[in-house]
Design a protein around this ligand. Structure first.
Ligand SMILES: Cc1cc2nc3c(=O)[nH]c(=O)nc-3n(C[C@H](O)[C@H](O)[C@H](O)COP(=O)(O)OP(=O)(O)OC[C@H]3O[C@@H](n4cnc5c(N)ncnc54)[C@H](O)[C@@H]3O)c2cc1C
Length: 475
């Protein structure tokens, strides 16, 4: 039976849900706040240059998803290889960190400290069975205090804006490649073969930026009869007993209402809860406030040089620099800049309306050009132009008790059988675009079955505590 389904939010998750539903002839409408679809995966064009919101790349564990994306993109999908480094104290280290690189590049004294603190951590873990409560514990227990103080601590604090003591371990297990010194020594002594645990190197990337993938998906949805309403902010969810009956949104200052049979929401979880009638949410509203998002400002610089470096990402750990990552978009696609020119993008984490968020572009540029010079990239005389972009919901902040608050909100939504919340914002999970897309597709498939939606199967997809990138199907 043809259903009238509303999809809230037109990022990768919402678009993928709508894409799947349209294939089966359902009546689908996407309600999207911004003036274009793509969410965090849009690409901005300016004077012949293209900048993502933080350079993206596409990899996935899901072979079928990769095949579908390749089919949809045709020749527009390029393949590329990742080469990332960490810039620290005037030196360049491999990313992810390798013990061999540390041994080679650090002085003897630092190496001794790294090695002894690693040994102390390893022995303490075995003898005292030290528990990981926070992100800091997770790192110190596996890498030792010296490496934590050098690389992980300052970077993490800058990224999240809070002490790593207050960050949950959940983020670490999926994001940090283990630097196994024992493994390295065994390999050096030829006592062990095989390849070490590592990060995916190859990846897919569209010719015109990551946004091209979702522009094409949006066009596909429209061609198949789906409707996309832009500049429309979800404002209210109207319910009758255990069912959502309609959704109200504001567009050009007017409140409009759409009736529905079912809803797939990908908007931030706290915002979805706040859109329910107030008398229903009195007991759970308090759980929305601790679920905070970290914002990011991107400084996009057009440069009159053919190239700056051969790195995809350059990680900057030191707290004195405000950026966490420097990228040259051309490394992803040569079509990111006009011929003979290049560009640089700096990711600068912040909180909405703080000093960095409010900093005038010219002051930000001045400061970042000085920082770039210190980091070895003196491009001051080569700047053609620059502009900034920003996102309010860059990263869900995994505070120590975020899981408890999130669960309360999931529990509140559970009885509404025709509503599912999914995606990065909708599940408050640090997931990549491929998982967001898989979630959207699975949520759509579950809604099409005439049984109650298995929400947890969708919301907890790929939450296994293993490194996300290992075993991905890559380019
Ligand atoms: C700096 C950075 C770099 C990243 N790099 C990579 C990468 O290399 N590879 C990768 O796979 N992933 C990467 N990601 C993650 C990727 O961007 C996300 O996983 C993906 O965008 C999640 O898709 P989504 O649809 O769940 O959420 P979003 O993309 O956030 O989409 C949510 C949509 O909902 C809309 N919305 C919000 N509120 C409302 C409302 N009230 N009414 C209507 N609409 C609303 C938003 O405007 C948005 O369009 C990166 C993320 C960041 C921040």
């Amino acid at each position: 039976m043809k259903k009238k389904i509303l999809v809230l939010g037109g990022g990768p998750c919402g678009l993928s849900a709508a894409w799947e539903l349209c294939r089966y002839g359902h009546d689908v409408t996407i309600i999207e706040k911004e003036s274009k679809v793509g969410g965090l995966c849009i690409t901005n064009e300016y004077k012949g240059y293209r900048f993502d919101l933080g350079g993206h790349r596409f990899i996935s564990h899901n072979k079928e998803l990769v095949e579908n994306v390749c089919d949809m993109m045709g020749d527009e999908l390029l393949t590329s290889n990742r080469k990332s480094v960490i810039l620290l104290n005037g030196k360049t280290f491999d990313y992810p960190l390798t013990a061999k690189d540390i041994f080679r590049k650090m002085d003897l004294w630092t190496n001794l400290k790294v090695f002894t603190s690693y040994l102390i951590a390893a022995i303490s873990r075995i003898i005292f069975r030290k528990k990981d409560i926070s992100f800091e514990d997770w790192i110190v227990n596996r890498f030792g205090r010296t490496l934590y103080n050098l690389f992980f601590g300052p970077y993490t604090e800058k990224l999240w804006g809070i002490s790593p003591k207050l960050i949950s371990t959940d983020w670490a297990s999926q994001r940090i490649s283990l630097l196994n010194l024992k493994d390295v020594i065994f390999r050096l002594l030829k006592l062990k073969g095989g390849t070490p645990r590592t990060y995916a190197k190859g990846y897919f990337y569209p010719r015109k930026g990551i946004g091209q993938m979702f522009d094409i998906m949006g066009e596909d949805i429209s061609e198949r009869g789906g409707r996309i309403i832009l500049n429309a902010t979800v404002a209210r969810i109207l319910v009758n007993h255990n069912s959502v009956e309609s959704v109200c949104y504001t567009q050009d200052g007017t409140l409009k209402t759409l009736d529905c049979d079912a809803v797939i929401s990908t908007i931030p979880l706290p915002d979805l809860i706040k859109a329910f009638p107030g008398f229903l949410t009195t007991d759970v509203l308090g759980h929305t406030t601790p679920l905070r998002f970290r914002s990011v400002r991107f400084l996009n610089i057009l440069v009159d040089l053919p190239d700056i470096s051969d790195n995809t990402w350059m990680y900057v750990s030191e707290g004195k620099y405000i950026t966490t990552r420097i990228q040259e978009p051309k490394r992803r696609s040569p079509f990111s800049a006009p011929e003979g020119k290049t560009s640089v993008m700096l990711e600068i984490p912040c909180n909405e309306h703080d000093e960095i968020w409010n900093c005038p572009k010219e002051s930000l540029l001045k400061r970042c050009l000085e920082d770039l010079k210190e980091l070895g990239f003196d491009i001051k005389g080569k700047v053609i132009d620059s502009f900034t972009t920003s996102v309010t919901h860059g990263y869900p902040v995994y505070s120590l008790d975020y899981g408890l608050h999130r669960q309360k909100l999931f529990d509140f939504l559970e009885p509404y059988e025709n509503l599912i919340t999914c995606g990065r914002q909708g599940t408050f999970r640090y997931i990549f675009m491929d998982t967001a897309m898989e979630m959207g597709i699975t949520a759509a498939q579950n809604l099409m079955l005439d049984t109650a939606c298995k929400k947890t199967d969708v919301q907890l997809m790929r939450s296994e505590k293993e490194l996300i990138e290992v075993s991905s199907v890559t380019a």
